[in-house]
Design a protein around this ligand. Structure first.
Ligand SMILES: Cc1cc2nc3c(=O)[nH]c(=O)nc-3n(C[C@H](O)[C@H](O)[C@H](O)COP(=O)(O)OP(=O)(O)OC[C@H]3O[C@@H](n4cnc5c(N)ncnc54)[C@H](O)[C@@H]3O)c2cc1C
Length: 265
């Protein structure tokens, strides 16, 4: 399949991109790495009148520290996150998650902003972002707004982005004190997407007990979610096998697993 006809613009700055989107917010789509949007266009699931390719906007590609936060530009690729020495040192969950995505080609082109904006129910970044209590910064014709990632994901392939808005930045508080975290997924053998993926962050007291737990789950519901009952079952406890096994019984979350018919093939 080839996509339906569309116009193409490749602005050099974020301000230009916002202005182009404002000309026809409903008919225009942002193009980042293109690894989700182009396949959707080829299948005619998406038929934008115009693409605004943000791939040349260098000001959207960075990973940096600012005070107690980690700032990640939306156009930062999965590979740049996987290989970031800064992140390996201060927030290794992010390189862990990035390294689990697709294959080398996908990681070289796909972006964290594109992945979050796409809100694929089996995407890896949504689980990591909500488990780290990330904020997302959105910019549009009316200016900028910041919201919690957990509120950004509305439903299957649906986010709180309004027509004309661009996801500009992801902000994460630097993990402090004694902490441990990991991203694990069961990849689908054909697509590599998560049949189930889970991001876990644990803060530890000096005696090794868990002071707080935050968890993000992807692959099993219409969007990534935080299983609060699982987090509560870990907080305040010594993390022995019995506690961990008991906590996993609560991983299902509020809206339950997807039916088998909706899993990727
Ligand atoms: C073979 C293959 C395997 C894959 N495996 C995995 C996997 O294992 N795990 C996984 O999580 N993903 C996987 N992906 C998806 C991949 O991670 C995509 O890169 C990602 O979902 C979308 O990022 P992108 O930069 O390519 O976005 P695009 O495809 O360019 O855009 C996706 C959507 O987001 C919108 N958008 C993009 N950037 C912005 C922005 N900054 N602001 C507002 N809207 C924006 C677009 O308009 C579009 O609607 C795979 C893809 C392929 C082709």
């Amino acid at each position: 399949m080839i996509p339906a006809q569309f116009e193409y613009e490749a602005p050099g700055t974020l301000a230009e991109a916002v202005a182009l989107l404002a000309q026809d917010p409903e008919g225009t789509k942002v193009l980042a790495g293109g690894h989700s949007l182009i396949p959707a266009m080829k299948l005619r699931l998406a038929q934008p009148q115009r693409l605004v390719d943000i791939g040349r906007i260098r000001e959207l590609s960075y990973v940096r520290e600012q005070a107690d936060q980690i700032l990640i530009g939306a156009l930062t690729t999965h590979y740049e996150l996987e290989s970031s020495e800064l992140l390996k040192r201060i927030c290794p969950l992010l390189p862990d998650c990035a390294g689990s995505i697709g294959d080398v080609q996908v990681r070289n082109k796909g972006t964290i902003g594109g992945s979050l904006a796409h809100s694929d129910p089996a995407g890896d970044w949504p689980a990591a972002a909500i488990s780290l209590n990330a904020d997302v910064v959105l910019v549009g014709p009316k200016g900028e707004r910041t919201m919690k990632a957990v509120d950004f994901f509305v439903d299957l392939l649906t986010t709180a982005l309004q027509p004309g808005e661009i996801l500009r930045e992801v902000r994460i508080a630097k993990p402090q004190g004694r902490f441990g975290h990991a991203y694990q997924k069961v990849p689908h053998p054909a697509s590599g997407f998560a049949v189930v993926g889970i991001a876990v962050n644990l803060s530890l007291n000096s005696d090794g007990s868990c002071s707080a737990a935050s968890v993000g789950v992807t692959g099993v519901a219409s969007k990534a979610y935080r299983p609060r009952a699982m987090e509560n079952a870990l907080a305040g406890k010594q993390l022995d096998e019995q506690t961990i096994v008991a906590a996993t019984a609560h991983a299902g979350g509020h809206d339950g697993p997807r039916s088998a018919g909706r899993f990727r093939t």
